[in-house]
Design a protein around this ligand. Sequence first.
Ligand SMILES: [Zn+2]
Length: 176
Amino acid sequence: MAYNFCPTCGTKLILKTAGDDGKIPYCSVCERFWFPVFTDCVLVLVHNEFNEIALAKMPYLSEKYESLISGYMQVGETAETAAAREVEEELGITELTNLHFTGTYWFHKTGVLMHGFIALAKKQKLTLSSELTSAEWVPVDKVPNFLFPDSSDNAAFAIYRHYLQEIKSNINHKIV
Ligand SMILES: [Zn+2]
C-alpha cells in the first residue's frame, strides 16, 4: 500500500528523492519518508516422521480447500518465532525440530509477502484452534488433492515442492 497522506499528521505527501530508492512519498511537516507498506505472513509445512503433512481447513479462506499453517507476523516478532507460534496456536504442537526457511513468496492479490518454512513434529493428535474447522495428517503424495490449485501465486505449492526436493535429496530428513 502506498501512502498519499501522512499517517501521523495528515499532511498531503510530496514525492522526494530518497537516494537510490528514487521518488518516495515524503511529509514535509514530520520530515520523514513514508515507504509503501505490505503485510508479512508465515506459511509453515509441518510434517511428521512418516512423511505426512498437517493440512488445515480455515473457513474464512475456503470451505473446499485445505492449507498449510499460516498466520500474520506481529510487530517485533521474527518470522521464525511467528512460524512456531502459529503452529502451536493452530494445531497444539509445541515441539518442532529442524524449523527452516524455504524462501519468500508474493501473494499479489492481497499484497502479502509469505515467509515459507518447513518443520518436523512427532506424529500426534492435533488440537485445533477455533480458527480451524478441521486439521489432519495427509500422506505426502496425496497433498496436492487438498491444496488450492497450483499457480504462480500459490506459496503452499512452492513450499510443498521444496519439501519433495528435500525428501529426494534426503537433506534435513533423516528417517527417525
Ligand atoms: Zn506528517
